[in-house]
Write a protein that binds this ligand. Structure first.
Ligand code: GAR
Length: 266
């Protein structure tokens, strides 16, 4: 039997997904253990769930860091290995704001926060980082340092919608308000885009006339608690294979997309 998977977790809120992962490790559904729980918000409720079990926790207070950098954009505070031009050119979603100074400040403040996050995480060696309701975009500065091999990604996220529909911060709300008859959740690896990375698993549920936003959230969350541990289990068993696929786009250019194949146990 292989060594237990060392799982690092980042959260921003309630931490019910973290709880599901902790339970799956406890009841051996996952051969793994959570080695830290970090947050961008000191008030994140989920931190208590980890503390109760004696799991190390830490907070990198993004709000504070961003505010301080806005008040005093001192380049001396940037990480020594931060290359603004390189980072901005690689995260396409934010590069074309038409306001280069704002874009540069956005990435600079994130890099300060992300380098602190990396320093905290590095105290606890881990094999997989799970974002369990972590409500911050990760920039290439973070992604390249934590998950440098794009063929073997090791940052997972859970999203409250059937991607690629409804990326962003309010998946269930967007699904419900759109009038969808189906909602769901997705676990995927992180790439530079917003909720665009290779999809590992999805679950869906019916939305009926009697549903409210609240009941849609409840239905979705209960599926998240099954799906996330299941995807982590597949990762721990080495069963997630990334494969590059090419297809011609409408403009004649060849597009490449990485997908995940679920393979039998080695
Ligand atoms: C979950 O619904 C998760 O899918 C969502 O936040 C919630 C966290 O709940 N994540 C995102 O929206 C990420 N963009 P939890 O703190 O109880 O696990």
């Amino acid at each position: 039997m292989s060594l237990p998977l060392r799982i690092g977790a980042l959260i921003s809120g309630t931490g019910s997904n973290l709880e599901a992962i902790l339970k799956a490790c406890e009841n051996r559904r996952i051969n793994g253990k959570v080695v830290f729980a970090g947050s961008d918000r000191p008030e994140a409720k989920g931190l208590e769930r980890a503390e109760k079990r004696g799991i190390p926790t830490f907070v990198v207070d993004y709000k504070n860091i961003i505010r301080q950098y806005r008040q005093n954009p001192d380049p001396a505070r940037l990480p020594a290995d931060y290359d603004s031009v390189d980072i901005i050119s690689r995260q396409g979603i934010f590069s074309d704001t038409g306001e280069p100074e704002k874009t540069a400040a956005y990435f600079a403040a994130r890099a300060i926060a992300e380098s602190e996050l990396i320093a905290c995480m590095n105290r606890y060696p881990f094999d997989l980082l799970v974002l369990a309701g972590f409500m911050r975009n990760l920039s290439p500065y973070f992604i390249d340092r934590v998950s440098p091999d794009s063929r073997n990604p090791r940052i997972m996220n859970i999203h409250p919608a059937v991607l690629p529909a409804f990326p962003g911060t309010d998946g269930y709300g967007d699904t419900f308000r759109y009038g969808c008859k189906i909602g769901g959740c997705t676990v995927h690896f992180i790439d530079y885009g917003e909720d665009t990375g290779p999809i590992i698993g999805q679950r869906a549920f019916a939305i009926t006339e009697s549903d409210t936003l609240e009941s849609v959230r409840e239905k979705g969350l209960s599926l998240e608690w099954e799906l996330y541990p299941e995807c982590i289990r597949l990762f721990s068993e080495n069963r997630l294979l990334t494969v590059k696929k090419t297809k011609p786009g409408g403009d004649g250019k060849i597009r490449q997309r990485t997908i995940v194949k679920i393979v039998e146990s080695a």
